[in-house]
Design a protein around this ligand. Sequence first.
Ligand SMILES: Cc1ncc(COP(=O)(O)O)c(C=O)c1O
Length: 364
Amino acid sequence: VVLTANASAACRLVAEAFPFGPDSTLLLAADNHNSVNGTREHARRAGARLASIPLDDSLRLVEPERALRARRARGPSLFAFPAQSNFSGARHALSLVTEAQRHGWRVLLDAASYLPTADLDLRAVCPDFVVLSLYKIIGHPTGVGALVARNDALRMLVRPWFAGGTVRWVSVAHGTHRLSDGAEAYEDGTPAFGLAGGVAPALHAAVAADRDRLARHVASLTGALLDGFAGIDARGAARVRVHGPRGAHGRGGTVAFTVHAPDGRAIPYWTLETDARVAGIALRGGCFCNPGCAEAAFGLGTPRAAECLRALGDDFTIPRFAAALGGAPVGALRVSFGLGSVHADVARVLAWLAGVAERHARPR
Ligand SMILES: Cc1ncc(COP(=O)(O)O)c(C=O)c1O
């Protein structure tokens, strides 16, 4: 276990040290947080082949097993995917880890949004690298993250540098150094031990909670929200479009959606985000650092979207991007449930949405 500043730092440790070369492939799920997407820049620089597994209408991976069988080059190759999407809440099959390893891939599993409400049994599936945000597990907004790696996976990495705390010795005169063994070689500088000291008790508290009950509770809240959306649709004033799995199965407690006025037009997420804030509801809007999901949800993978991005250059803002695409939706709203959520929260969001629908139904 390597303690890191956050999950992004854990991704970077792997990305910069993975021995990518012209004979390597980096296979990324189209559903990935940017902290995993960034891995591609290291792979690209090393001349590795880049490949991606696309998403279907429910933002589930399209035939991932086929991609795992088909795409790997001869050299060290990496497959990276999230256990749970931070955009859609979709849970991708953990069996992909073993399947990928069977075909010779090293696997990076992003468990950052999965672990707060689900358990990962490393005896059942053992990814080469697991990245996570420890602070998310206990519901804190910031803290420390971790890279959990298999010893053999850690040994195949090639650290591109060294720092204080990671070396057995360094010679300035001879320009040589020797890294420490194992995880120690990856904890650069003075660790955040003020925070790290809190990890064990915090995890203890999280694990001591009845995790099965938590999972049932989150599923129940998620189901209630999705059912409530259907109720709003049924009244005909506005339509709520869910981006991701429409049912409560095979998903976690994260739900992304857009609201459409009776004329079919999507109401810009940023106006609704502000509206919700005024109503005392903290919703997040946008693509949530997961552009692959947004591209699949809103059809932004087109040459036209690429041209708009290029033309906007430094003048890029989300509203300008949306305007350049003729007012098309470019981001969603997101509700996430966890340990602290209760059914009254669902009722509050639904009541707010019903109000939004009513306002947009009124003739202006
Ligand atoms: C799925 C996923 N991966 C990675 C990250 C990055 O985590 P951190 O902010 O700890 O670097 C996030 C953050 O929300 C996330 O949801």
